[in-house]
Design a protein around this ligand. Sequence first.
Ligand code: GLN
Length: 199
Amino acid sequence: APVIGVLALQGDVREHLIALAAADAVARPVRRPEELAELDGLVLPGGESTTISKLAVLFGVMEPLRARVAAGMPVYGTCAGMIMLADKILDPRSGQETIGGIDMIVRRNAFGRQNESFEAAVDVKGIEGDPVEGVFIRAPWVESVGAGAEVLAEHAGHVVAVRQGNVLATSFHPELTGDHRVHSLFVDMVRANRTAESL
Ligand code: GLN
C-alpha cells in the first residue's frame, strides 16, 4: 500500500489519518524534513493556514515541501491545505507563505465567518454516485484558475475543488464526513504516480 503522510503541524490531522487508512493507504503524521523522503504522497489538513505556514517555516519543512511538490509528489490539501497549495493568496496575512503547486488564486474565509459554516451537496468530477457532502468551515474559494488547472467542483458559482497534475485541493473537508471517496481518488493518484515512477 502507498505510504501517505499528513502534515502534522496544526489542524485536523487525525481525521485525515483515519480517512486515508479507510482508503487503504498506510497513513502517518509527518513534521520533519527527513520524514518527507519516505512518502509516496502527502495530505495538508484543514486548520489555520497562517499558523501552518509559519510552523512549516519554523520546522524547516517549507522548502523541502516545495521541492517535493515541484518534483511531482502527489499532494492533497483541504481548506487551509488548499490555501497552502495555491500559487497565490488574494488576501494573505503578513508573513503568510504558501507551498504552491496549483496555478490559482484563493480567497481566504471567502464563504464567511466561523458561524456561517455550512454543509452542501457537491458534485465532484471523477467521483461516481451521489454528490459529496461538502463541509465548509470558514472555507476559502478559488477566485481564479490558470490554464493548467482543472476545476473539479463548484458551489454557488464558486470553484471549490481543483486539480493540477498531482496536486488536488478542496475548499471543503471530506475527512469529517465518513465518506472516503475523495481520499480514495487521492490514493488512486498516489498509486498511479508510484507506477509511473517505477516504469
Ligand atoms: N479559514 C482558515 C484559513 O484561512 C481555513 C479554515 C479551515 O481549514 N477549515 O486557514
